[in-house]
Unconditional design. Structure first.
Length: 443
């Protein structure tokens, strides 16, 4: 159908050709509906470029004075097609895609995906203990870094620039560890089906211990700056309220759910990667508001530091990849002047001494391993809630289908319930307490 035939399109001829003006869509429908109402309600189109929308989130608010009458989310501005792209890459290459979804917690994306692939391969029990411990260690460090961004961004949006500076300052400590271990500050591609890309490099454990000591010494600063600050509490207490029934109805998980008093945490209820062997407490609150979610994230950071310390004590010498050489890819890596790549010693060995090893390496890199026909679901307790992945295999070297249950996408459903009936200024606080990351929402 041409533009001129469309009921909401108008056309005019110009010196450069015919120009169509098309109206309608969600924005047009909202404006038309409000225009028919005989009152003083107005529409505020906040985003997707607004600095308080956590990326390219668009909020369409219908307001009456300062009161929000209706709130809707507009998403899709950061769509990457990651889930569809994975159907055209082999199983190992999928890790370099999923790590880019929720870019504030890449290691959770990688681990959830690899756990599902390992279930399909039937090698869950064969993953070395050292690899599982390092996975837990890296995820808990990632949980802290993600929460620090949530605290920093939330503080900035209500005018607390000091909280923003503190949060990003401390996040750098963890990103330095990530860079030492994986070679990158984000989008690591470090967790692979069967284990890890490589072991911890020399000096990593000492640096992690120093990071824990430093971060623990700085935790009281957040309490002094925000927890007991009357101005801070005035902006968060009773704002963005959502009770347990609302959370269950909308599928909210993570700090939003635990702020209602329900201690639901997959690390306890459905352990993975050996979480049942670690001692930690599930942080809960009974306020069901933005302030409770802030307190939970603060306490989860303390608990994550406990878990990281236990990981360092549990680390025993051993491999970090399954022994099956038809799955274990890459075989050996090293950090060179151009970044992470194949070890030169390993290349010399397979090129000059072992034809069988060379063939396996060639097939793994070019074709990839085959995964038995079937489907599997795996879930982890990420920084924002339950991060699940459903993978389907048709027996080939590439996924038939991969779909993620991203907590940011699900939790965004709570925005309307939190904001409608409240003040415009409280929308910013409520969205900050949800802590959505649009890379995970749009995928």
């Amino acid at each position: 159908m041409s533009g001129s035939e469309h009921e909401s399109a108008g056309a005019r001829d110009t010196t450069e050709g015919r120009v169509y003006t098309v109206t309608g869509g969600d924005w047009g429908e909202v404006v038309d509906a409000v225009a028919r109402v005989d009152d003083e309600r107005i529409i505020v189109n906040m985003g997707p470029q607004h600095p308080s929308t956590h990326g390219v989130l668009r909020l369409v608010l219908e307001i009456d004075g300062e009161t929000v009458k209706q709130a809707r989310c507009g998403i899709g501005y950061l769509h990457t097609g990651i889930e569809k792209n994975m159907e055209f890459r082999n199983w190992v290459q999928g890790t370099t895609f999923v790590t880019r979804m929720d870019y504030l917690m890449p290691l959770f994306n990688e681990t959830a995906y690899c756990l599902a692939v390992e279930r399909l391969l039937g090698i869950t029990e064969q993953v070395p203990d050292r690899a599982s411990v390092i996975r837990v260690l890296m995820m808990e460090l990632n949980r802290i870094s993600s929460h620090l961004v949530a605290l920093a961004a939330g503080g900035m949006e209500i005018g607390s620039t000091t909280l923003m500076v503190y949060g990003f300052r401390d996040r750098e400590v963890i990103l330095d560890v990530f860079e030492l271990v994986t070679g990158l500050r984000m989008n690591h591609g470090y967790v692979r089906p069967g284990g890890l890309v490589q072991d911890l490099p020399p000096g990593a454990m000492d640096q992690i211990r120093e990071a824990i000591k430093l971060l623990r010494s700085r935790m009281p600063e957040y309490d002094k700056l925000a927890t007991a600050n009357p101005a801070f509490k005035a902006r968060l207490v009773d704002v963005g309220f959502l009770d347990l029934a609302g959370c269950l109805a909308l599928g909210a998980t993570g700090p939003i759910l635990r702020a209602t008093g329900l201690p639901h945490d997959l690390r306890k209820s459905d352990p993975y990667c050996g979480y049942e062997n670690y001692e930690f407490e599930v942080a809960v609150a009974d306020t069901a508001d933005s302030y409770g979610r802030f307190l939970i994230r603060l306490e989860e950071m303390r608990q994550s530091l406990r878990i990281v310390e236990q990981c360092l004590d549990r680390l025993a010498p051993g491999p970090v990849m399954v022994g099956d050489k038809k799955i274990a890819w890459p075989a050996q890596l090293a950090v060179g002047p151009d970044g992470l790549g194949n070890s030169l010693d390993h290349i010399r060995k397979i090129m000059g001494e072992s034809m069988e090893a060379l063939i396996h390496h060639f097939k793994l890199v070019t074709e990839g391993f085959r995964v038995p026909v079937g489907q599997a679901y795996a879930a982890v307790e990420s920084a924002r809630g339950e991060l699940g992945v459903h993978v389907v295999s048709d027996g080939g070297t590439r996924p038939y289908r991969v779909h993620f249950r991203d907590p940011s996408f699900t939790n965004l459903q709570t925005m309307a319930a939190m904001c409608e009936g409240g003040q415009v200024a409280d929308v910013i606080v409520a969205v900050a307490s949800i802590d959505p990351v649009m890379g995970g929402v749009d995928r």
